[in-house]
Design a protein around this ligand. Sequence first.
Ligand code: ADP
Length: 292
Amino acid sequence: MKKSKNTKIPPLKKVTRKNLEKKIRRQTDELKVRSGQLREGVDREKVADRKIEEQREELLHVTRVGKLAEFVSSLAHEISQPLTAILSYAQAAQRMFSGREPQLQEILQYIINDNHRATEVIRRLRLLLKKSKPTLESLDINTLINDTATLMMTHITVKNKVLKLHLEKDLPLVQGDRIQLQQVLLNLISNSLEAMEGNDAGRELLIRTSRKDAGTVMVEVRDAGCGISEENMKKLFVHFFTNKPDGLGMGLSISRSIVEAHGGRLNVKNNSGLGATFYFTIPVNVKGMVNE
Ligand code: ADP
């Protein structure tokens, strides 16, 4: 068939090149848009990571402040007893030398005045540190554990450890103070990570929840760390017991008092294999079940 002049196919090379240039321009533009979106995504992730890190730092700070407050509170208690004794000795001496030894009387009065000043400082300190009662609310313990795990995730990864969560579905809501229970979880997780420090054989940290009975939920934090010697087993929950060079020995005693203030129990056992398991119970909120 004879081709007409009008329908002549343009030279293939020219069309291909033009199309190619167009296509390349279009794809370049698309790529620019996509890389912009990717960059935005990465930036957003960075901001979220930073926020999580800030929240974790804040919580650890709150925990440290809590430990310090408890420490100062015990210290204040310890100091106020000898202060009371000093006051009564000075007053007794004043009575003994009543009307005599004016210089000694003056010194005794200084002792009494300074004693009053120190007692007042301690009184104000104790007032300031007075423990607030837990603010109880209905809580989904699994959500609280997930939130806490998110806060700790970077830390866990940096330590080259692995966190596993075995959270029982449809657990009843519990009755608790969110911040305080999170403080307990953070304490147990931090201790577990420290117990696994420098131990490559044990890397796994497992948090498990289950329904213990109709009225109680159980939380277990199981590590593969150094475990606990028989001797230390008896002292763990005692104020100021620590075997860490920079430890305060307050974490577990505070955690136990928080759990007990919630009507639960916190305890520990060594695993049959590596490490130890800390476990605590929390009473179920009478109002009922998750997903009801
Ligand atoms: P601190 O962490 O400041 O020492 P804690 O009260 O939290 O205070 O812990 C007291 C001690 O209990 C620790 O010094 C450590 O010896 C021991 N301990 C706590 N958790 C664990 C654990 N998961 N494995 C082994 N020992 C632990």
